[in-house]
Design a protein around this ligand. Structure first.
Ligand code: GDP
Ligand code: GDP
Length: 438
């Protein structure tokens, strides 16, 4: 597993950051399968160019009052400087150097960060010439581009890929189950980690994680089970809510999830499920990793016999695509049920690496077909010949059929549910792909 290098686009409002961002990653986003209910962050995405893959972050889209420009742009640029490997500083060829451009230049000028000054909206030769004026920012040679027409964007991407560092190889240690603890600020991530670590029967060692700003902790339980906790809680918001910081915290959650085997998604029982929680949940879902949903601060809730059932239904309604994930109600403060978490992580992990022999799968397939045969579609009927597991983490199955076009979503879901009924895949997303039998 590797963590992708990051490229951030900074600049004052309206210079074309979002347009450039969409141009760089647009095509790729379009092929992402749309899962209902997933809140996607429009502000980051993955790009491929010349065989290199990197994440692009659009720091734009923030509506702030002109009076707030100073503090907002400071936090935006500082976050980008902290997180990204390459910064694209975007300016507008039509407006010349503005005061705000100057201010951003000041923030980035003395940083050793790799920086590209790109002059956007250079749609024609005259505008391309005006790019020279931006030498005045003291940031080296400006590149002219047109984000709407695509002119110069290929050259820009060439330059970016030359500047990217080698991909960071993430921890190759295989005997530890890697667990990320993710969630909105203040849901109780640090408290939970302290509680997990505070158990004196636990052997703990801490070292800086590969995920920037994340700490990882090695834990070993009495019975010798080894874990590595990847903590994204180190992220602290100074003072008021800052959008730039939020945005980058989502990216960090993505890194942590990519690095882990099982993700614990924390939700604040008192605050309920908010947009940002759904973003974090969407990231975990898309990674295909094992997932446990944790409802924290359960001590704050006034309860009767139905409260937990009702809350569970609420979580299922809000995060329908995580229907495979177990839900645990805890209090990181009082310690309620915290001791159940690591055993559950172990169980989910063992489901994640489970392999079912083809002979067994084919008995199951036969049973499933007998119970509910596929219905005919326009006079043609789906025939399923053979089911086999081709991957783990997450488990991937291939079913050979007479015609892949006849393998519809409803039968796919039926088979998945059937497999889940027979085998324990709690906490793990499973997928079936149909292949034409040749
Ligand atoms: P952001 O606030 O920096 O994210 O800027 P946007 O991407 O929202 O763009 C601001 C405006 O500039 C929009 O109306 C875009 O259509 C326009 N724009 C962006 N790139 C170009 C370009 O290359 N040429 C021209 N002519 N307009 C552009
Ligand atoms: P983080 O930002 O996700 O790491 O959240 P923290 O662990 O810093 O917790 C944020 C606040 O919620 C702190 O004031 C905690 O004391 C409080 N908190 C965390 N877990 C619980 C809990 O289970 N019950 C209650 N009542 N408060 C909690």
């Amino acid at each position: 597993m590797t963590i992708k290098p990051k490229v951030a686009i900074v600049g004052r409002p309206n210079v074309g950051k979002s347009t450039l961002f969409n141009r760089i990653i647009g095509k790729r986003k379009a092929i992402v399968l749309d899962t209902p209910g997933i809140t996607r962050d429009r502000n980051y995405g993955t790009a491929d160019w010349n065989g290199r893959t990197f994440d692009v972050i659009d720091t734009g889209g923030m509506d702030f009052e002109p009076s707030d420009f100073n503090s907002e742009i400071n936090s935006q640029v500082n976050e980008a400087l902290k997180e990204a490997n390459v910064i694209i500083f975007l300016v507008d060829s039509n407006s010349g150097i503005t005061k705000q451009d100057d201010q951003i230049a000041k923030l980035v000028r003395n940083e050793k960060k790799k920086l590209i000054l790109a002059v956007n909206k250079a749609d024609n030769d005259v505008e391309r010439l005006s790019a020279y004026e931006f030498y005045g920012l003291g940031l080296g040679e400006p590149m002219s581009i047109s984000a709407t027409h695509g002119t110069g964007v290929g050259d820009l991407l060439d330059r970016i890929t030359k500047m990217l560092p080698e991909e960071e190889e993430v921890d190759k240690e295989t005997d530890r189950i890697k667990v990320s603890i993710i969630g909105e600020p203040n849901v109780g991530k640090s408290s939970l980690i302290n509680k997990l670590v505070g158990n004196d029967r636990m052997i703990v060692s801490s070292h800086a994680g590969t995920t920037r700003d994340a700490i990882s902790l090695n834990l070993e339980t009495e019975d010798g089970e080894k874990f590595k906790l990847i903590d994204t809680a180190g992220i602290r918001k100074p003072g008021k809510v800052q959008e730039a910081v939020e945005k980058f915290s989502v990216i960090r959650a993505k890194d942590a999830v990519d690095e882990s085997d099982v993700s614990l998604i924390l939700i604040d029982a008192d605050a309920g499920i908010r947009e940002q929680d759904k973003k974090v949940a969407g990231i975990a879902f898309e990674s295909g990793k094992g997932i446990i949903i944790i409802v924290n601060k359960w001590d704050l809730i006034e309860k009767d016999n139905h409260t937990m059932k009702e809350f569970e239904q609420y979580v299922r309604d809000e995060l329908p695509y995580l229907n495979f994930a177990p839900i645990v109600f805890i209090s990181a403060r009082t310690g309620l049920r915290v001791e159940t978490l690591l055993p559950l992580v172990t169980e989910v992990y063992s489901n994640e690496i489970k392999r079912i022999p083809s002979s067994v799968l084919n008995d199951i397939l036969y049973d499933a077909i007998s119970m509910t045969p596929p219905s005919a579609h326009k006079g043609r009927k789906l025939k399923l010949f053979y089911l086999t597991q081709v991957g783990v983490k997450p488990p991937l199955f291939i079913v050979f059929v007479n015609d892949v076009k006849l393998f519809h979503f409803s039968y796919d879901r039926y088979l998945i549910n059937y497999i889940r009924k027979v085998f324990d895949f709690t906490g793990v997303p499973i997928k079936i792909k149909a292949r034409q039998r040749s």
